[in-house]
Design a protein around this ligand. Structure first.
Ligand SMILES: [Zn+2]
Ligand SMILES: [Zn+2]
Ligand SMILES: [Zn+2]
Length: 304
């Protein structure tokens, strides 16, 4: 028995296809019948039959209609951006109870912790209970050990997540929304995952279209961060290498990827499913297709 991990939402804040967008990447996604909806990951502990949802996507309803996974017994929220939290309203009349776990660190930017913000914004949802979690400390939820690790997503506090199965030693690490500039002690906790889900919002080549450009350049001058809030594809892959990840999927990707790169490996699409049994990673869904050709013309890029 093992962890079954389903990528419910693999896109950035607007998702792919983006509403009203006719770019080649959005057109190709429609053509292929694939989506990158707003971020969410479902983790089922097959030993106990319980499951945890990481982040509450605004696309919650469609995600649970589209993919064969049970409603979660608990949820974890990495940070308070719209695309990771605003799906919590879907809990209304759907759950008898839903415990939500979030960091207790007070964010100087908002004056409250992620847990506090959820409590305040969703005080009308009687069936949701918010539980404070101390970052870097392991908490057992649904028979799995969860650890929130601080990452870099200015100006807000944001956390990556480590999920470990104490029965098998299987390990899933999520970068969270972050630049490449993740502190060493957080990297140490994320290290050597069987499966690594890494924020890779755009390819490094698009950094010149960011208002402040790229950052965290490597020895060859390639920016590993897009602005200061997200990793580039190259940055996400460099972090995967640094962490010695077994299998890596790139998530939180934007429709700004040129169409010929947008569906190439290892970029994830919604519905991918993996089993982690402590001895390795098995992909359970059908493999995605290779890339198509095309061109994009875009001006300045905005991301959250
Ligand atoms: Zn588009
Ligand atoms: Zn964010
Ligand atoms: Zn996000």
């Amino acid at each position: 028995m093992s962890m079954r991990v389903t990528l419910l939402g693999t896109g950035d804040t607007t998702g792919t296809p983006t509403v009203g967008c006719t770019c080649d990447t959005c057109a190709e996604a429609r053509e292929r019948g694939v989506e990158r909806s707003r971020f969410s990951v479902h983790i089922e502990n097959e030993r106990t039959g319980e499951s945890i949802l990481v982040d509450l996507s605004p696309d919650f309803r469609q995600q649970f209609l589209s993919w064969d996974v049970p409603l979660p017994d608990a949820a974890v929220v990495t940070h308070v951006h719209f695309d990771h939290l605003d799906g919590l309203g879907n809990a209304y009349r759907v759950f008898d109870s839903l415990p939500v776990y979030a960091a207790d660190t007070v964010d100087p930017e908002t004056g409250e912790s992620v847990a506090d913000t959820i409590r305040r914004k969703y005080d009308y949802l009687d069936r949701v209970s918010v539980h404070d979690v101390s970052p870097m400390e392991s908490t057992t939820v649904c028979g799995l050990n969860l650890t929130l690790v601080p990452v870099e997503h200015p100006p807000l506090l944001c956390f990556g997540l480590v999920v470990e199965d104490p029965a098998t030693g299987a390990k899933l690490s999520l970068s969270g929304d972050t630049s490449y500039d993740v502190a060493e002690n957080s990297r140490e906790r994320l290290r050597e995952p069987d499966l690594f889900l890494a924020d890779a919002i755009v390819p490094a080549a698009l950094c010149d279209r960011h208002p402040i450009g790229g950052s965290d350049h490597d020895a060859d001058g390639v920016p590993r961060s897009f602005g200061t809030k997200h990793m580039t594809r190259e940055g996400a892959q460099a972090l995967a290498t640094a962490l010695d990840a077994d299998t890596t999927r790139l998530v939180h990707t934007a429709h700004y990827y040129p169409v010929e790169e947008a569906f190439a490996e290892p970029l994830a699409v919604d519905g991918e499913q993996y089993r982690l049994d402590g001895t390795g990673v098995t992909r359970l869904d059908t493999e995605g297709e290779a890339a198509a050709g095309g061109d994009t013309t875009q001006s300045e890029l905005t991301t959250d």
